[in-house]
Design a protein around this ligand. Structure first.
Ligand SMILES: Nc1nc2c(ncn2[C@@H]2O[C@H](COP(=O)(O)OP(=O)(O)OP(=O)(O)O)[C@@H](O)[C@H]2O)c(=O)[nH]1
Ligand SMILES: [Mg+2]
Length: 178
């Protein structure tokens, strides 16, 4: 990892949720972070320097079932340590498929973030896969789940191909990076 100075925003979420796609769309670079139809493609923590001070971090997708347990445990440990100890980490983007409920690990991540007062936003990805009404209902359900955890995260409906929520996500990240 680069020296722990400046500002970072990290992208976390279940494998195949759309983290790398969201990162590319937000920075407007088609192939910056590798996208794959094979879940578990991003197996390392990948650093994208925006300038001398600011970085975006693509975290390995969690919960990919076809990876051996020992490797999965090592990923979880790495993410846990990173979130807990990285001082330049200013905000967390949790990417979650809008058609699915938050995973246990999404909820764990929200709780870790709240515990260290790290602001978090949930990008509800692949919003292009739902019509407007169902997408808004899905968002409301996630807002409720977040409220039930008693953590301060917000949600954004997001789609990489349709560019939904891109401005909102950029504004949030820019404010965290300062
Ligand atoms: N329709 C649609 N497909 C998407 C969207 N975002 C990602 N995808 C697709 O979902 C698949 C996974 O996307 P990635 O961005 O590689 O997902 P990831 O979370 O980085 O996956 P890992 O690196 O394996 O953890 C790819 O086939 C993408 O094209 C979206 O907003 N809409
Ligand atoms: Mg990825």
């Amino acid at each position: 990892m680069p020296e722990d100075s400046g500002s970072e925003v990290a992208f976390a979420g279940r494998s195949n949720a759309g983290k790398s796609s969201a990162l590319n769309t937000i920075v407007d670079q088609g192939s910056l972070a590798r996208i794959s139809k094979t879940p578990g493609r991003t197996q390392h923590l990948v650093v994208f320097a925006l300038n001398e001070q600011d970085r975006l971090i693509d975290l390995p997708g969690y919960g990919y079932a076809r990876v051996p347990h020992a490797i999965r445990d090592a990923w979880h440990q790495m993410i846990d340590t990173y979130v807990d100890q990285r001082r330049s980490l200013k905000g967390m983007v949790i990417v979650s498929d809008v058609r699915q409920a938050l995973t246990d690990f999404d909820e764990q991540m929200l709780i870790w973030c709240a515990a260290r007062a790290l602001p978090a936003v949930v990008l509800l990805s692949k919003a292009d896969k739902l019509n407007r009404g169902p997408a808004l209902l899905a968002r409301r359900a996630v807002d409720k789940a977040i409220a039930a955890l008693n953590v301060p995260a917000t949600t954004i409906l997001f789609s990489s191909p349709a560019k939904t929520g891109v401005d909102a996500a950029r504004a949030q990240i820019a404010s965290w990076l300062g």
